[in-house]
Design a protein around this ligand. Structure first.
Ligand code: SAM
Length: 255
C-alpha cells in the first residue's frame, strides 16, 4: 500500500468507502441483456464500444469496479480480466460473478502497473475507471504495453468541457459558466473530497495517445437521447443536450 502513488492510495480509500453506494447500480447493469453506457444510459447499438468480433479475444477492463462491462464481454465470448484498485468494489463484482455463474479473473491492483506480460490482450476498455482516476501518463502507456499490435483501447469519461464547468459541490449542476481554467487543469481535486481525478485536454489526450503508440479512430461526444435521465446531480439533461457531458475515445495500437 505504501509503495502506491499518492493518488492511487487516496482513490483506493475513497472507492473502498463509496463501494456500497455503487452495488445496486452494478447489480442492475449486470442484469442488462443489452448494454447501455455512461450517465445517460446510451445504448450499445448507438455507441458501439464493444468490438463486433470480441468472441475468442483477450480483453481487459481497467478499473472494472463492479465488473458489469467485463460480464458483458464474457457473455459475448471474450476471455476477460478485470483489474480494480478497490477490494470493496471487487467484493461486489465477485458476489455478482457467483450470482450469474460467470467466472473470470478479478485482480486487486493499480491499472498503471498490470501484472501481465506485454501484448497479452486484443482489447482494453475503461468506463469511468482508470481513464478518470489513474494518471494518464502512467495508465495510457501501460494499456499500450498490454495490447497486441492492432489491438484496441476504448474509454468513456466526462468531457473536458464538463470538467471545466462542474461546480465544486457535486450536488450542484453545471451551468454555462466556466468554473476553472483549462490550461494546467489535468489533475482535479474537488474541495472536501480525498479522491483525485484526471482530466487532460483534448490536445493532451491526442499527444499522449499518439506518443504511446495509438492511432485515434474516433472521438464521440455523447448526446443523450430524448427522454434520457441522469442519476447524477452535477449535470442536467438540458445542459447535456447543448454541450457534450461525456466522451468516448476509440484508439488502435499501431501495427
Ligand atoms: C465509477 S467506477 C467505474 C467502474 C465500473 N464502470 C463501475 O461503474 O462499477 C471507478 C472504478 O475505478 C477504480 N479505480 C480507480 N483508480 C484505479 C486505478 N489506478 N487502477 C484500477 N482501478 C482504479 C475504482 O476503484 C472504481 O472501482
Amino acid at each position: 500500500m505504501n509503495d502506491l502513488p499518492e493518488h492511487v492510495r487516496r482513490n483506493r480509500a475513497a472507492w473502498d468507502a463509496w463501494a456500497s453506494e455503487y452495488a445496486a447500480a452494478g447489480e442492475r447493469a449486470w442484469a442488462l441483456e443489452h448494454p447501455t453506457w455512461g450517465i445517460w444510459d446510451v445504448p450499445e447499438s448507438e455507441l458501439a464500444l464493444l468490438p463486433d468480433d470480441i468472441a475468442g479475444k483477450d480483453a481487459i477492463e481497467l478499473g472494472c469496479g463492479t465488473a458489469y462491462v467485463s460480464a458483458w464481454m464474457a457473455r459475448r465470448g471474450a476471455r476477460v480480466v478485470g483489474i480494480d484498485n478497490s477490494e470493496a468494489q471487487l467484493a461486489t463484482a465477485r458476489r455478482l460473478q457467483g450470482k450469474y455463474g460467470l467466472d473470470f479473473p478479478l485482480l486487486h491492483g493499480n491499472a498503471e502497473t498490470v501484472p501481465y506480460p506485454d501484448a497479452s490482450f486484443d482489447f482494453a476498455i475503461s468506463e469511468y475507471g482508470a481513464c478518470l482516476w489513474a494518471d494518464p501518463q502512467r495508465w495510457v502507456p501501460e494499456a499500450a504495453r498490454l495490447l497486441r499490435p492492432g489491438g484496441r483501447l476504448v474509454f468513456l469519461v466526462n468531457s473536458f468541457l464538463m470538467a471545466l464547468c462542474a461546480p465544486d459541490e457535486e450536488a450542484v449542476a453545471a451551468t454555462d459558466r466556466l468554473r476553472r481554467p483549462a490550461f494546467g487543469l489535468c489533475r482535479l481535486e474537488f474541495p472536501g473530497e480525498t479522491s483525485v481525478e484526471f482530466h487532460p485536454s483534448h490536445g493532451d489526450w491526442i499527444r499522449l495517445l499518439r506518443q504511446s503508440g495509438f492511432e485515434i479512430e474516433d472521438l464521440i461526444e455523447v448526446w443523450p437521447p430524448a427522454g434520457a435521465a441522469s442519476h447524477y446531480p452535477f449535470v442536467t439533461f438540458d445542459w447535456a443536450r447543448q454541450w457534450p457531458s461525456e466522451e468516448v475515445w476509440k484508439v488502435r495500437k499501431r501495427e
